[in-house]
Design a protein around this ligand. Sequence first.
Ligand SMILES: *[C@@H]1O[C@H](CO)[C@@H](O)[C@H](O)[C@H]1NC(C)=O
Ligand SMILES: *[C@@H]1O[C@H](CO)[C@@H](O)[C@H](O)[C@H]1NC(C)=O
Ligand SMILES: *[C@@H]1O[C@H](CO)[C@@H](O)[C@H](O)[C@H]1NC(C)=O
Ligand SMILES: *[C@@H]1O[C@H](CO)[C@@H](O)[C@H](O)[C@H]1NC(C)=O
Length: 390
Amino acid sequence: MGIVTRKQSCAKRKPSDSMRIIVIFFVGTALGLIVGVSLPTMSISKVKLNLPSINLSCIQQKYTETTSSSQDQLPSDPSKIWVPTNPRGAERLAPGIVRAESDFFLRKLWGRPSEDFNSTPKYLVAFTVGYEQRMNIDAAVKKFSENFTIVLFHYDGRTTEWDEFEWSKRAIHVSVRKQTKWWYAKRFLHPDIVAPYEYIFIWDEDLGVEHFNAEEYIKLARKHKLEISQPGLEQRKGGPCWNMTRRREGQEVHKEAQEKPGKCKYPLLPPCAAFVEIMAPVFSRSAWRCVWHMIQNEFVHGWGLDFAFRRCVEPAHEKIGVVDAQWIVHQDMLSLGNQGEGQTGKAAWRSVNQRCGMEWGMFRGRLTSAERSYYKSKGINYTDLLVHNY
Ligand SMILES: *[C@@H]1O[C@H](CO)[C@@H](O)[C@H](O)[C@H]1NC(C)=O
Ligand SMILES: *[C@@H]1O[C@H](CO)[C@@H](O)[C@H](O)[C@H]1NC(C)=O
Ligand SMILES: *[C@@H]1O[C@H](CO)[C@@H](O)[C@H](O)[C@H]1NC(C)=O
Ligand SMILES: *[C@@H]1O[C@H](CO)[C@@H](O)[C@H](O)[C@H]1NC(C)=O
């Protein structure tokens, strides 16, 4: 049953079949960095495609040379600045001018920069949205105070219509058609860009927030030292897939759960502890910095990422948990149904599910082999270290 629900929540997100990417930045400056970084890689693959006669190993080599900050570039001339402790690639700059991190704070085009704002948001919430779900998102956004930067990732290309909501004018809108929450998160929530935010919410669009208040939620997450968390979950139809994420009444938080007999051979491992789902996760700044690095570029649906969150915090069974006192409802809206085109709709739905499972398998394989190689290189017996319940 659990798997079925996961499939639905995965398939609801839109399949990625288009390479035509239109990005609308209402606030473009902070994001320019990310685009700039991705350009060299893109141009190389272009060369590969169009000019097969060029010696690629040459180009690739040049590319690695210019991007790596090898120590042997260390200039002997002391009048040339070289600071190895600077961020990679910025060694030629005097440290005082280096700003390694940015933000989504909205600035004025006039006046003194120091007077651009009186206070800055401390938290960030990102929703992946289609215009059809605007009423639900409007209700959700109202549960997040002015202390939040609101980011909307639009998968249907409709952005200006959202200005019917007053809050939309201070939100960050990123519009790229038919991509998924984790695709956007990897590209537009780089840890250096969202560094000022103490907590980062990366949420689906179909959550009912009637019994949820974000400020109260953060108070509890902080009190119980949760680095990765989610609100307790009530499911409209049936129950949540996992006992761990199910809301428990009369409690502030919980950090462990029982599953059916035999499913919790390792009680401190997912889904019995150290586990929240990908639907409505909340990350501390430092946990997100780690999780971001774990997201593979083609791992867009994120199935199974939740089973791996625990690698980013230690001890995971204490720092990952569910906040019961502020809870949400998973409404299971079928937004992919709206997307279906007659008879082909069903096939599209199924092939998205297939892709979700394939990605999960690939991710799990990579993770296991990466950890195996790591332990091997350290001469550590990993037999007992690579165990899991699921
Ligand atoms: C391509 O360049 C590499 C490195 O300079 C060289 O070793 C290799 O022989 C070249 N290959 C061809 C086909 O020219
Ligand atoms: C926003 O943060 C400030 C400073 O921590 C706090 O005083 C205020 O109560 C917060 N706003 C809400 C609506 O909770
Ligand atoms: C779910 O977890 C609770 C608390 O650990 C436990 O009492 C209950 O039996 C569990 N349910 C199932 C189906 O395992
Ligand atoms: C590694 O650990 C497992 C379980 O503790 C043990 O059975 C196995 O013999 C060990 N392998 C080596 C090479 O020490």
